[in-house]
Design a protein around this ligand. Structure first.
Ligand code: NCD
Length: 307
């Protein structure tokens, strides 16, 4: 087993499949009255969050607690980070406290890689800048596999603000490793071609959502990340929605069995309409539940559990 999960590229197909299978076993636990395993008793997991988060943070906390680990939640707001303490000094503090795993979300791409040089425990990337979010890719792959029965040969469209999306990057890497065929869709300004090619030469690119939909098994809508935009990438929100938003009329172009995904948080009315987000084809709430199982599997396996 690998020691750190910094990038979806850390995962080869057998390792990724082992994590997904283990997540399935963890999910079975969620149906029980007592949702807890003693596996990580006496181990310490630190959640180190330098960026806002709802789902990912709660999910990692729930995952560690269900495995009986001691959980320390650290958020940059209200800590010595606001006094200017560096990531390195914070890391050394965690090291001194004997953290077995550090889950980190940070606005700087590459922060988890640096952190792994300073602490002895396992480092799990919970989102670094616009770079990667590997556990999101795992929970997404898990959701696709449990809904559609396979990943190999699956056709997945990832739609929207690819440029700023760590979710897209990690998904392309993991899905390609597992044999799915990914098409990136969005305005040319938000799909850097060199990035698409560098991620995987097999990845396709399209600027026309309507023509892509009839052929897809999965459509994953991305949040338009205005907080990361320094320039204007499209004329207006209305224009964006008109061309790349998923509404009911567009959803009907998908094959009957296809599912609609979104990592959250959503801009309802921008990249996805409320009717689509709340429809029976949407797996958005399921993705959140699967996130706990996937993160349990990651913590369990990284910290030395056997399959
Ligand atoms: C994503 C993130 O933070 O990268 N959200 C998440 O983790 N569920 C996507 C986003 O912010 O749009």
């Amino acid at each position: 087993m690998i020691k750190h999960l910094r990038s979806a590229a850390d995962l080869d197909a057998p390792t990724a499949t082992l994590i997904l299978d283990t997540a399935g076993e963890m999910a079975a636990l969620a149906g029980r009255e007592v949702k807890k395993l003693p596996t990580l008793r006496g181990r310490t997991v630190v959640n180190l969050f330098y960026e806002d988060s709802t789902r990912t943070r709660i999910s990692f906390e729930a995952a560690a607690k269900r495995l009986s680990a001691d959980v320390i939640n650290f958020s940059a707001k209200g800590s010595s980070v606001s006094k200017g303490e560096s990531l390195k000094d914070t890391a050394l503090t965690l090291q001194a406290m004997g953290a077995d795993a550090v889950v980190i979300r940070h606005p700087a791409s590459g922060a988890p890689h640096r952190l792994a040089q300073w602490v002895d425990g396992s480092v799990v990337n919970a989102g670094d800048g616009t770079h990667e979010h590997p556990t999101q890719a795992l929970l997404d792959a898990y959701t696709m596999r449990s809904r559609l029965g396979r990943l190999d040969g699956l056709k997945v469209a990832i739609v929207g603000d690819v440029l700023h999306s760590r979710v897209a990057r990690s998904n392309v890497l993991l899905l390609t490793t597992l044999g799915a065929q990914v098409t990136l869709v969005g305005p040319p300004t938000l799909i850097p071609l060199n990035v698409a090619a560098a991620l995987s030469p097999k990845t396709k690119v399209s600027y026309d959502l309507d023509s892509v939909l009839p052929d897809m098994d999965v459509v994953m809508m991305l949040r338009v990340q205005t907080e990361r935009m320094q320039d204007s990438y499209f004329p207006s929100a209305r224009e964006y929605s008109r061309r790349y938003g998923l509404d009911l009329a567009r959803m009907r172009k998908l094959p009957e069995h296809a599912i609609v995904m979104h990592p959250g948080p959503m801009n309802r009315g921008m990249e996805i309409t409320p009717e689509v987000a709340d429809s029976s084809r949407s797996t958005i709430v399921e993705q959140v539940a699967n996130g706990v199982s996937a993160r349990m599997a990651v913590l369990y396996l990284l910290l030395g559990g056997k399959a």
